[in-house]
Write a protein that binds this ligand. Structure first.
Ligand code: RNT
Ligand code: ZN
Length: 425
């Protein structure tokens, strides 16, 4: 039995669906045109459980964790690129790569504060060949100088300086990518710093972090090449009681310095969602970076599903006219399932949720709201949940030349048999 619809099923279902949306004045073709232009930044770290290629035997630190032991993780840059190529081929549209500094390409060991654009030249070449923009991240974890849980906020000045230098070097690499690819790179700073138990002084580490960030961002870089982002967090494993870079800390920092603010869906209290933050933050900072993720009971970084939360995030981007200013990145890492499948499932869901948001009859909903007709607003929002967006999604995948429906899993199974299963643990 095939799970793939036939071409005539795809197109006839699409025509009927299009009429249903047209009845609400929704231009389905325009929605698909817009969707094509929105890149999602795929995180490189789903492919190898966030280990990187600097010293993969060292293991992951920083209070984040990939659980599971599914065979076939990428063990080299070539393997990771091959896996990424496979994932991109299953996702409609042109998308970006979100790269960590620990994925550098060098035969010899390079200290983190000495990384240079040349260590990332092969990534730039690969991105050019494949039409991917690149985003970048300094790596302030999985390193001896981060082992006591502090980096940019460390009380030891020499350790702090080491990480400042690493972040400065990373921004230069971001600018290099942006220039090479003629497409701005967002360089996002996330640090793990925090305490397991109740601190006696919450202020001093935050003052040190503020000062360190000022040094990191001191040199102005061309925004056409590099944009700086900062990412807050509520807690991590081993930093349950206090995280230096909290939401208020970075919200304040981003507003004061007009940097990009990164909102990770897993970095707030479990019932707190980031969707409602978008319209507020957009009034105060130039741009937003999202780390779309799915926490289950904690910041567990599960693969993104087509949840209410995900749909609300995409709705808020579209409803706030934010497609130009909100950059959509992914941040999940599941080592318990096929890793390429995880990328494909999560990213396809992000694109699908964005399509659903673009298919909203925005004018009509706003008119009901302006008229105070909240009954019709509620009725229509509920009615939309039953409209045949699945037929539009299938058609979009079809015209974008990627597998429709469960067809992408056929490809995953073949890739697993031919490539992933041949890798030794
Ligand atoms: C950690 C942050 C951060 C990382 C990546 C690997 O909680 O979400 O974004 O996941 O830098
Ligand atoms: Zn994140």
């Amino acid at each position: 039995m095939s799970f793939k619809p036939s071409e005539s099923q795809i197109t006839s279902a699409f025509e009927i669906a299009k009429e249903r949306y047209a009845a609400f004045d929704v231009d389905v073709d325009a929605a698909m045109e817009t969707l094509k232009t929105v890149p999602i930044s795929l995180h490189c770290w789903q492919g190898d459980d966030v280990l990187g290629f600097e010293d993969p035997d060292r293991g992951l630190s920083g209070g984040i964790m990939a659980t599971g032991n599914y065979p076939g993780k990428a063990r080299s840059i070539d393997e990771l690129r091959s896996d990424l190529d496979k994932a991109y081929s299953l996702i409609p549209g042109d998308h970006r790569l979100n790269l960590h500094a620990s994925y550098l390409d060098s035969d010899s060991k390079v200290a983190r504060n000495e990384i240079l654009p040349e260590h990332f030249a092969s990534w730039a070449d690969w991105a050019k060949e494949n039409n991917h923009g690149i985003d970048f991240n300094p790596t302030l974890f999985s390193h001896p100088l981060a082992d006591d849980g502090f980096t940019l906020a460390h009380q030891d000045e020499s350790i702090r300086n080491f990480w400042i230098e690493h972040c400065i070097a990373s921004r230069e690499i971001g600018a290099y990518f942006g220039k090479e690819l003629d497409n701005p790179c967002i360089t996002n700073v996330w640090i793990p710093d925090g305490y397991k138990d109740t601190p006696a002084d919450r202020l001093a580490p935050r003052a040190r972090l503020k000062d360190a960030l000022d040094k990191v961002f001191e040199k102005e870089l061309n925004p056409a090449h590099n944009l700086d982002a900062v990412e807050c967090k509520l807690f991590g494993l081993g930093s349950e009681s206090y995280v230096v870079g909290s939401h208020e800390f970075y919200m304040g920092y981003a507003i004061a310095n007009q940097t990009v603010l990164c909102l990770d869906a897993g970095h707030f209290h479990p019932t707190e969602t980031i969707a409602d933050k978008i319209s507020s933050v957009l009034l105060y900072v130039p741009e937003i970076l999202l780390h779309v993720s799915r926490g289950v009971r904690w910041d567990s970084d599960h693969v993104v599903t087509l949840s209410d939360d995900l749909q609300a995030i995409m709705q808020e981007i579209v409803r706030s006219d934010g497609l130009e200013r909100v950059h959509i990145g992914l941040d999940f890492f599941d080592a318990s399932i096929n890793r390429v499948g995880a990328w494909a499932i999560g990213t396809r869901n992000a694109v699908r949720a964005l399509l659903m948001a673009l298919l909203e009859p925005r004018e009509l909903l706003r008119q009901y709201e302006a008229d105070g007709d909240y009954t019709s607003r509620l009725a229509l929002l509920e009615e939309l949940k039953g409209l045949p967006f699945g037929a539009i999604w299938d058609y979009y995948c079809h015209v974008q030349g990627v597998p429709v429906g469960m067809g992408f899993m056929d490809e995953i199974k073949i890739y697993e048999a031919d490539v992933l299963s041949k890798r030794e643990a």
